[in-house]
Design a protein around this ligand. Structure first.
Ligand SMILES: *Cc1c(COP(=O)(O)O)cnc(C)c1O
Ligand SMILES: [Zn+2]
Length: 481
């Protein structure tokens, strides 16, 4: 460690192809294997060296860094050695990401459901989703490349269901020249808030008709044929940054993962990849003694990973699905890029912690939106994907996959406000039929109009106030003091 606390350890990282096991140097940005087209994970070939340090020493080190004022260690790089121990301190970009709170479920909600659980509010990241964790890592690495290569211009590009582009545009704008950011969005398939984010950050925003999967093909073609830096989760640096989610969860629970079950929505499957990978690292280093169980959740409208794992082991084969409109729009992906990563890590996970330690739960649209409404009407700030996790927990309980003493940790992947349009559709019963959602009165909340413009125009200010008060008091059945 140097005197301001920034770690001295440097790893020997390389890209490792999950298709053909070939490895590639990190001197360049790689997305897919030039040899076989497979996806990469990044690995540190001197990880063995880290194993010489005892689990307890790691825990103490990470606990001590939790209070640092060195901003290069305040975000995801609090866990520097486990994330990307190749970036230098000056490369680190920190916009306040990570360290999101774990909020125990409201007591009345918990007792109604009969399961101990908490939300980890990743919507409290700077661009209001967990994507900032990965973006902080990808941009820190990009800064290193720019520095080492003296690049005069770097065009960053991504396709997005909304949050990747919001995050990429934010970090790109902060880094500034020579980075210029371009985002490609499926027209009409991101929320108004998610569209306003990259526009507000000054990115080039390009809209294409179709769904995310269509945009992804265009972006991949661009990345294969032009000099652009791809920021989708094919970019393995993002996965590393997202592992910080685990390290924070483990630290929050005093590094004791026994009886913990994490629920994670699956879209492009980058996040569930990161969540499995991070815990495996903690276990390997003896920082935790036991792996938590990890349950991915998918909507029946976009469930290729569920379908794969629903088959018996010897009959499994992956096929993309055609998606149907989903309120869990950020996870509405029929052909997840990271599926090979999930398959590889889930196998390792189950080998380590036994069968049933990784599962994928399927939920209905109605349950997803009502999961969000139920959470938020009890003081949480879950997005639709956070609602999907709550729905997943209820379903898992129904299927007998949860023990009475388990604690479920639900990933509220974005802030509720990004998805308020779906809440609005529910309250006003205006979902297009393909969503398959029938609003129920107990969840509907609409503003009550009192008085009309006639009263406002024709009464004196005093009379108007008096009439409004009388009307409201009557409406609320208030007693006079
Ligand atoms: C991206 C995203 C997801 C899906 O994560 P993947 O890594 O694509 O599986 C879920 N929720 C929100 C809010 C997201 O932005
Ligand atoms: Zn390969």
């Amino acid at each position: 460690m140097n005197n301001n606390g920034f770690p001295a350890y440097r790893g020997l990282m390389e890209y490792f192809c999950l298709g053909c096991s070939k490895t590639y140097s990190i001197d360049k940005l790689h997305y897919t294997c030039p040899e076989c087209g497979g996806v990469f994970l990044l690995r540190d070939n001197s990880f063995q060296e880290l194993m010489n340090i005892k689990g307890r020493e790691w825990r103490d080190l990470f606990d001590s860094r939790a209070a640092t004022k060195n901003i290069s260690l305040r975000g995801i790089f609090r866990f520097y050695e486990l994330i990307a121990p190749v970036v230098e301190e000056n490369d680190v970009i920190f916009l306040g990401e990570a360290n999101t709170p774990v909020i125990p479920a409201a007591r009345h909600l918990e007792s109604r459901i009969g399961q101990r659980f908490a939300f980890k509010n990743d919507g409290q990241n700077p661009s209001a989703s967990f994507k900032d964790r990965g973006m902080a890592c990808a941009f820190s690495y990009l800064k290193k490349l720019v520095r080492e290569n003296g690049w005069k211009q770097v065009l960053t590009i991504c396709a997005s269901t909304g949050d990747t582009s919001a995050s990429a545009a934010l970090y790109g704008a902060y880094v500034g020249a020579p980075v210029r950011s371009v985002v490609i969005l499926p027209q009409g398939k991101v929320t108004a808030q998610q569209l306003s984010q990259p526009l507000g950050s000054g990115a080039n925003v390009i809209e294409l008709p179709g769904v995310f999967d269509d945009c992804m093909k265009v972006v991949e073609y661009l990345a294969d044929n032009f000099r652009v830096a791809l920021l989708n989760s094919k970019n393995a640096w993002r996965i590393l940054g997202q592992e910080s989610y685990d390290f924070e969860v483990a630290q929050w629970y005093d590094w004791d993962m026994a009886g913990k079950v994490l629920f994670v929505p699956i879209g492009n499957a980058g996040n569930i990849t990161a969540v499995m990978s991070g815990f495996l690292k903690l276990k390997e280093l003896g920082i935790i003694q036991e792996l938590p169980r990890i349950f991915g959740v998918q909507s029946s409208h976009a469930d290729p990973v569920y379908r794969y794992y629903h088959e018996k082991k010897d009959r499994r084969s992956f096929s993309p699905v055609k998606v149907i409109s989903s309120v869990a729009q950020a996870a509405m992906i029929g052909n997840p890029v990271s599926f090979p990563r999930v398959r590889a890590l889930a196998a390792r996970y189950e080998k380590e912690q036994g069968s049933g330690s990784f599962r994928v739960i399927q939920v209905e649209e109605q349950a997803i939106i009502e999961g969000m409404l139920m959470a938020n009407q009890n003081g949480h700030i879950a997005c639709t994907q956070g609602g999907e996790c709550l729905a997943g927990m209820l379903r898992a309980k129904e299927l007998g996959f949860l023990e009475e003493n388990d604690t479920a940790i639900l990933d509220a992947t974005a802030h509720a406000l990004k998805f308020s349009g779906f809440q609005e559709m529910y309250f006003s019963d205006s979902f297009p039929p393909e969503y398959d959602i029938k609003p129920r009165p107990e969840y509907i909340n609409l503003p009550v109009q009192v008085l009309g413009s006639d009263e406002k125009n024709n009464l004196s200010e005093k009379e108007y106030t008096r009439l409004a008060v009388q009307t409201i008091a009557g409406l609320l059945e208030l007693d006079r003091e």
